[in-house]
Design a protein around this ligand. Structure first.
Ligand SMILES: *Cc1c(COP(=O)(O)O)cnc(C)c1O
Length: 231
């Protein structure tokens, strides 16, 4: 998806240490005093043999973009590392909300009323209440998930006030071919206006920029695990 402009360090532990250093440095150059930043290690497409070394190196927060793939990989890993925090960062179909609630601690791609209603209903039934991010399509790209920025206020109100969903913040994926900074700034502004504390923004190619604009969660895949073959 995005280019990684540096060599991947030789071991997973070294790659992790390197990313954590870059996060710490980016926080120092943030526009406003930077909030703590949580690194989500995006392990989609990678098998347990690639994930375990990061767990052994102390990483506990991971992201997957498909419910089925996560279901196949994570129950065994979670049995060995019960304090893992698993984030669903990809789109969620309303008919998979039960499975998603069972497996994930945080869900990032809430973007339509039907899904919000399905999540509210399943939360009521199961008592599981993962934290939620509302995805905003800051670039208004037709093929991309997320609510349009102009629709965000109404959708935030529906989720938070009407459905009482545990919405903690906003998430975006800027257009691949644009400067991401204005998109991060827009997401940060929307979050501020609605008193939402968390900002999920920034990937391998742009997480330092995202941190300068106030990211509290960065989603980093290829800079940690190396290139993915496909997805
Ligand atoms: C794959 C993915 C990432 C990680 O992308 P990299 O460029 O490999 O860091 C981040 N966020 C989402 C939503 C993704 O699907």
């Amino acid at each position: 998806m995005s280019s990684v402009h540096e060599q991947i360090p030789a071991t997973p532990a070294a790659a992790l240490a390197h990313i954590l250093t870059r996060i710490a440095q980016a926080r120092k150059s943030a526009v406003a005093p930077a909030a703590p930043v949580t690194l989500i290690a995006v392990s989609k497409t990678h098998g347990p043999e690639k994930i375990r070394p990061l767990l052994e190196a102390g990483q506990r927060v991971f992201g997957e973009n498909r419910v089925q793939e996560a279901k196949a990989k994570w129950p065994a890993l979670k049995a060995d590392y019960p304090d893992v925090e698993l984030h669903l960062i990809g789109p969620l179909q309303s008919n998979k909300t039960r499975e998603a609630l069972e497996l994930f601690d945080v869900i990032h791609a809430l973007d339509r009323p039907k899904l919000a209603q399905a999540l509210a209903a399943e939360m009521e039934k199961t008592g599981r209440r993962p934290k939620l991010f509302i995805q905003v399509n800051t670039g208004e790209e037709p093929q991309k998930a997320g609510v349009a920025p102009t629709e965000a206020p109404g959708f935030i109100a529906l989720c938070r006030d009407d459905l009482k969903l545990p919405v903690v913040g906003l998430m975006c994926i800027p257009p691949a071919d644009e400067n991401p900074a204005p998109h991060f700034a827009l997401l940060a502004k929307l979050a501020r206006e609605h008193s939402l504390k968390e900002l999920s923004m920034g990937m391998s190619g742009d997480f330092e920029t995202a941190i300068r604009f106030g990211a509290t969660y960065v989603r980093v895949g290829s800079a940690l695990f190396g290139a993915r073959t496909a997805h």
